[in-house]
Design a protein. Structure first.
Length: 112
């Protein structure tokens, strides 16, 4: 923040406001970091079907899972969405933890 009214910035949760010589510019906040990761060879990437918050993670790396088994719970639009295993396998990697905010298409975990 410069003194004398020349320029300064203020931050709130929705926008970054930048003031310069009596002009006001509204700039959107920087985007959330992406969790897009290519699945390793021989693994199936489980991705977020929509943006939301991870409410629960029910598996850990190395766990064996059956087809249809609950992997995690994604909370979006005030509803809980159950993410289940598309096929039997072993959890190769978990890329999220509870209360993480994810966007549509972000990689949540990998099954081998």
């Amino acid at each position: 923040m410069a003194k004398g009214g020349r320029s300064w910035s203020e931050t709130n949760t929705d926008t970054l406001e930048s003031y310069q010589a009596s002009a006001i510019y509204l700039v959107p906040p920087p985007p959330l970091p992406r969790r897009m990761q290519a699945a390793t060879a021989g693994a199936t990437a489980i991705t977020a079907p929509l943006a939301g918050t991870i409410a629960a993670v029910r598996v850990a790396e190395g766990d064996e899972v059956a087809e249809g088994q609950l992997l995690l719970v994604l909370e979006a639009m005030k509803m809980e969405h159950r993410i289940t295993a598309p096929s039997a396998g072993v959890v190769k990697a978990v890329h999220v933890r509870e209360r993480d905010v994810v966007r549509e298409g972000d990689t949540l975990l990998e099954l081998a």
